[in-house]
Design a binder for this molecule. Structure first.
Ligand code: GAR
Length: 193
């Protein structure tokens, strides 16, 4: 059970790098009518740039390199339980969570992926859409299951690819889309629980 009335849903955000999606989720969480508060940030990298957003907003954060997956995941699960986290948002988190972790956490895990899933799962999506001369790309917020980038789609936003687009321009345009899409998808998901 995730929903509660009047109280914000305690959310953890997992990152690995820049953290621009974390930044926009934090900004969103501070709006009065947002259903979430961010209670924890987990980073798989100790020098992740995104950690500065957690520090700035005085959000608890932990670093865990997930090198020994089972030990790391055990630690993370206990932190999540200690902080009473009720939903996880993966935001540029470049590790794959095990089936066991997903099962043990029991609550929803969302991810944002820079493609129009089910197309272009995995890495280097922008380079692959350009190489394949796709007309459109986009971003998808979906539920995390044990199959990579394959869980139920919550929301997607499409972008037309121009002839002049490069990996860099697509990355920039997609990030701009993602900074609105993630909170919108999250609110939609929570409203339908
Ligand atoms: C985002 O574009 C996100 O969709 C992508 O990494 C970027 C993270 O940016 N995620 C994945 O590729 C996951 N497979 P950010 O660190 O600035 O939020």
């Amino acid at each position: 059970m995730v929903k509660s009335i009047g109280k914000k849903i305690n959310t953890a955000v997992f990152i690995s790098g820049r953290g621009s999606n974390l930044k926009s989720l934090i900004k969103h969480s501070k709006f009065k009518n947002s259903q979430i508060k961010i209670g924890l940030v987990i980073s798989s990298k100790k020098d992740a740039k995104g950690l500065k957003y957690a520090k700035k907003s005085k959000i608890n954060f932990f670093i865990n390199n997930f090198k020994n997956k089972s030990i790391s995941e055990k630690h993370v699960l206990s932190q999540l339980s200690k902080e009473k986290i009720r939903i996880i948002c993966l935001a540029g988190f470049m590790k794959i969570l095990s089936k066991n972790f997903i099962k043990k956490f029991k609550k929803p895990i969302l991810n944002i992926h820079p493609s129009l899933l089910p197309k272009y799962k995995g890495l280097n999506t922008h380079a692959r859409v350009i190489k394949n001369k796709e007309k459109f790309t986009g971003s998808t917020v979906h539920l995390v299951t044990s199959k990579l980038d394959s869980g139920k789609i919550i929301l997607q936003k499409k972008l037309k690819i121009l002839k002049i687009d490069t990996v860099k321009t697509l990355e920039k345009k997609i990030l701009k889309i993602e900074h609105k899409l993630y909170s919108k998808a999250l609110e939609k998901f929570l409203a339908n629980l």
